[in-house]
Design a protein around this ligand. Sequence first.
Ligand SMILES: [Zn+2]
Length: 118
Amino acid sequence: MGLGWWAVELIYETDRREFQSETEGYEIVARATGRWEYRTVTITFNMALVPDRTDAELETDIVHEMCHILVFEMQGEDVGDYQKHVERTVCSLANAFLWTRAEGRKEGIKATRKERKE
Ligand SMILES: [Zn+2]
């Protein structure tokens, strides 16, 4: 995703108690935490839920967490519904990246097919 200048650590956590959302009352699949000023991030996956996710859902989860990296610097204290705005922004960014890649693949396939016909 072009985030090579970040140090990204991946943790596969098996203790699901770490993932209870305090505000929404459900378990989350993954969480990104880090120090944007040092460009370091840790993405922790909830291994109690990962096996039940489809490949497409996991891809979206991973892109979503990577998009958190893009907005880390704008995040502050969780005041009011601020975190909901962050989540909405990150969902939109993740969808935009996934759509762009899918469209790029379509164009790539078309170009390859044209080459073969000529
Ligand atoms: Zn999120």
